[in-house]
Design a binder for this molecule. Structure first.
Ligand code: DGL
Length: 350
């Protein structure tokens, strides 16, 4: 009997020892982008995104195996200019299963940089976990001189295993910096430091494989979000119209005629419309197509009831969201309500 007790104690000690030394389980979900791109010559900018598979990306950065128990899966392999609702819904549902049913401690998503900010914000509103979810990309293809992808992938895994990155919402990790999903924006077409955090700046940074956080988002996200894609197999259709001097109303008319559910205006200044566009927008709102005023200006809020009397026309002001993110929030808001005042509340909270 004593022998059996001794063996049981030894077995328990081994289990505890193993669990204490076990590395966090991190799943890398690959979607394509330049990080998986291949250039014809390493010095040229001519390349094709979404060519290299997930295992090649993982094999290129063996140091991540020191940080975590790594496994990967290829969801799609596309340039992110081709990112779409179908992939977004698959990605959000898959992340929720991995984090809430399969025991993963964090997720890294490799993704093109062109629409990374939109995917990050969509996931910020639909992931139902406070565990780290970190998107990483690159501005140089995988075989370029000084490719930036491997370091960005390593840093994203470092963030995904960091307790400091828990509960702050979805993050983007580029160029040693951590940016939160609501404020991250791609600001430069070719520079490696293209991502910025808007007026509030970056949320943290990675140094020597460790995450250092500088601030905490004050908007609702992830586990505090009311939006749930579990039962959704498509999203409302929302288009964006770009404003400019003497702007044609034809693009907005086309969205109305096509029966879109919402239209975001990338307006001039504080979300203003050219008069012909304004008239079409009023007509659209009266037909039940929700209008959201955002701005083509790179910084600054689109204010409620400023030069435009939103209350009179039942328009929604995008506040701190740029047009592409206002579109994401409006799409999800329309899965909950068509009430313009309720939608305006969502723009104040998320
Ligand atoms: N095709 C672009 C994309 O996949 C390349 C930009 C990049 O990934 O850096 O977003």
């Amino acid at each position: 009997m004593k022998h059996i007790k001794f063996l049981a104690v030894v077995a328990l000690a081994l289990c505890i020892g193993v669990s204490l030394n076990a590395k966090p389980k991190i799943r890398i979900i690959a979607t394509g982008g330049t990080i998986a791109g291949v250039s014809t010559t390493s010095a040229s900018s001519a390349y094709t995104a979404g060519q290299v598979g997930i295992q090649t990306l993982i094999d290129a950065v063996p140091q991540i195996l020191q940080l975590a128990d790594i496994s990967g899966e290829q969801l799609v392999n596309i340039g992110s200019q081709d990112m779409n609702d179908e992939v977004w819904l698959k990605l959000a549902k898959r992340i929720n299963v991995l984090l809430n049913e399969e025991g993963y401690d964090g997720i890294v998503i490799t993704h093109g940089t062109d629409t990374m900010e939109e995917t990050a914000y969509f996931l910020n509103l639909t992931v139902k976990s406070d565990k780290p979810v970190v998107l990483a990309g690159s501005m140089r293809p995988s075989n370029a001189i000084s490719a930036d992808g491997p370091a960005n992938l390593y840093n994203a895994v470092a963030a995904a295993v960091s307790p400091a990155c828990k509960g702050v919402g979805v993050l983007c990790c580029m160029n040693n910096q951590l940016l939160d999903a609501k404020t991250v924006i791609k600001t430069h077409t070719i520079d490696c430091d293209t991502f910025e955090g808007g007026p509030s700046g970056i949320i943290g940074y990675i140094y020597n494989g460790e995450a250092h956080m500088l601030q905490t988002p004050n908007n609702k996200h992830t586990v505090n979000s009311v939006f749930d894609v579990t039962k959704l197999d498509k999203l409302p259709r929302v288009g964006i119209v770009y404003g400019y001097a003497n702007c044609s109303p034809l693009p907005m008319k086309a969205f109305v005629d096509a029966g879109f559910d919402g239209i975001v205006l990338a307006g001039v200044g504080d979300g203003n419309f050219y008069k012909d566009v304004f008239d079409v927008a009023v007509g659209a709102q009266n037909k039940g197509i929700q209008i959201v005023r955002s701005s083509r200006c790179p910084t600054g809020p689109t204010c409620l009831n400023s030069e435009v009397d939103d209350a009179k026309y039942h328009f929604v002001a995008a506040l701190d969201l740029n047009p592409q993110k206002a579109r994401v929030l409006l799409m999800l808001a329309l899965t909950k309500t068509h009430d313009w005042q309720e939608i305006q509340k969502f723009f104040m909270e998320y």
